[in-house]
Write a protein that binds this ligand. Structure first.
Ligand code: ZN
Length: 123
């Protein structure tokens, strides 16, 4: 029997906000592929689950080569930015000992070529 979460919205409280593009600062990020790396501590392989464009794939003995955690669980969410181009932007979340780390991985794109908004545009 599936357990329902009661008061779901209360779990988010007031802390939800816009995520900004790490490359240009815009709020126009579109979510793409989500990958979850389920890994017991220091296991050589992990269960890799990918969800993208209505498709789900599961590899129960995947490599940890792209797992953002060096030893445990991790997940990545790929984004595309409306303002600075199609070069992928990856949000990475990694379990590291007793803490959770978060960070970006992205390719730099010359902002003047992307049409992105700049503070200097206000001058
Ligand atoms: Zn951007």
């Amino acid at each position: 029997m599936e357990q329902q979460i009661q008061g779901y919205h209360d779990l988010f409280g007031e802390g939800i906000d816009h995520l900004h593009c790490p490359r240009c600062g815009a709020e126009s990020l579109h979510q793409g592929e989500v990958i979850v790396y389920d890994r017991s501590e220091d296991q050589k392989t992990c269960v890799k689950t990918s969800v993208n464009a209505g498709q789900v794939s599961v590899d129960p003995k995947a490599s940890n080569a792209l797992n953002p955690s060096s030893r445990r669980h991790g997940l990545t969410i790929q984004f595309a930015c409306e303002k600075c181009g199609d070069a992928p932007i990856i949000l990475k979340i990694a379990q590291h000992k007793g803490s959770t780390r978060i960070g970006w991985a992205f390719q730099h794109v010359p902002l003047q070529a992307s049409g992105a908004f700049h503070d200097s545009d206000l001058d």
